[in-house]
Design a binder for this molecule. Structure first.
Ligand code: KG4
Ligand code: ZN
Length: 333
């Protein structure tokens, strides 16, 4: 079964062709980062307009790269939410029109469930049940996944998301947007033990996160410095900040797996592209006899292959959308 997947929830217009839920025939991502970069964050109105310009060329490229024609497509899946409503509407309406015109089954995919499915597209998918940390610019959620359709939300951030903390600290250091990859690169050259930033575990037995205190601690540290920062100082701050985030993420993920009796854990979302995080969790997991599954690097951030993979399951289960269905901006799974 060949599914055309479409993703447009934030600042990436993406389309992919996935066969039988796991064979990626093509995955095209057109990013708007350059445009939003100068505003220090995503501008919703600009995002919608750019999705409108990109959607047709991106879908066409996905079909051509997959080496198929429109006649080979058996179903369509598009992100339905959560995300920016105007942005979501572009991909969702496109999928609606495409499926209606061609008489195909189609479905709307929860973006977060899509991220969870990105780990099934990796080289060594986790075996069920497992606990997954979904860490991106908008979410830091822990899920206990017990079947292809059962995702129990165990905990989430009470304030900033992990990716958002990376982005805000990068902005404070004058490093640009998005900050995650830039901080990771700088952290490689810095000393993670140089500054002891606070680790917020909240309740140590609970699974919620909080990153706003850490962000404020970095801001205070910068205010208190009287002399100008050298490149070495900036690297030390980046490394010390990243170490504080990684300590908490790894601890909570593995503790959640322990409580649920799972020996498999996974990471997904933009922050899972952080190789220091992957190394850290893999090491901590191994010491507890657990294994870590990761999405392919190209599928850590927003993409449509994960949407097609999740859509494949929904279409096979008969969970379809109708023409009067609409997008949603916020949700919980
Ligand atoms: O999943 P994603 O592409 O978009 C959503 O937010 O849904 O995640 C983007 C987030 C940004 O906050 C970005 O700074 C962060 O993921 N990110 C990283 C890295 N690459 C991207 N954070 C830490 N280390 C990275 N290497
Ligand atoms: Zn995302």
């Amino acid at each position: 079964m060949i599914i055309l997947g479409i993703e447009s929830s934030c600042d990436e217009t993406a389309a992919a062709v996935v066969e039988d839920g796991c064979i990626i025939r093509s995955s095209i991502v057109s990013t708007q980062i350059e445009v939003h970069h100068k505003y220090g964050g995503v501008v919703p109105e600009l995002a919608s307009r750019m999705h409108m310009e990109a959607i047709l060329p991106v879908v066409t490229e996905a079909i051509e790269t997959a080496g198929i024609t429109m006649d080979d497509i058996d179903g369509v899946a598009a992100t339905r939410g959560p995300g920016l409503v105007g942005a979501l509407l572009v991909g969702f309406s496109f999928a609606k029109a495409f499926a209606w015109a061609r008489g195909l089954p189609w479905t709307g995919v929860n973006h977060l469930e899509g991220h969870i499915y990105s780990v099934f597209l990796g080289k060594t998918p986790p075996s069920l049940p497992f606990v997954i940390l979904l860490a991106s610019g908008g979410h830091t959620n822990l899920y206990h996944v017990t079947s292809a359709n059962d995702f129990e939300l165990m905990g989430q951030t009470r304030d900033d998301a992990a990716g958002e903390a990376f982005d805000k600290v990068a902005k404070m250091l004058g490093l640009g947007y998005p900050g995650g990859a830039i901080i990771e690169k700088l952290a490689e050259k810095g000393n993670p033990g140089k500054i002891r930033f606070p680790r917020s575990y909240l309740d140590k037995d609970g699974f919620d996160f909080s990153f706003s205190g850490l962000k404020s601690a970095v801001a205070r540290h910068l205010q208190q410095r009287e002399e100008e920062l050298s490149p070495g100082d900036v690297a030390d701050i980046a490394a010390s900040f990243q170490a504080a985030v990684l300590d908490v993420l790894s601890f909570k993920l593995l503790n959640a797996a322990r409580v649920k009796g799972c020996d498999a854990v996974a990471l997904a979302g933009g922050v899972s592209a952080n190789t220091a995080l992957g190394r850290r969790v893999a090491r901590d997991a191994a010491s507890k006899g657990m294994t870590l599954a990761l999405p392919p690097l190209s599928l850590c951030g927003d993409n449509a292959a994960m949407i097609a993979a999740r859509g494949h399951r929904l279409i096979k289960d008969g969970t379809l959308c109708q023409l009067d269905h609409d997008v949603f901006s916020r949700t919980r799974i």
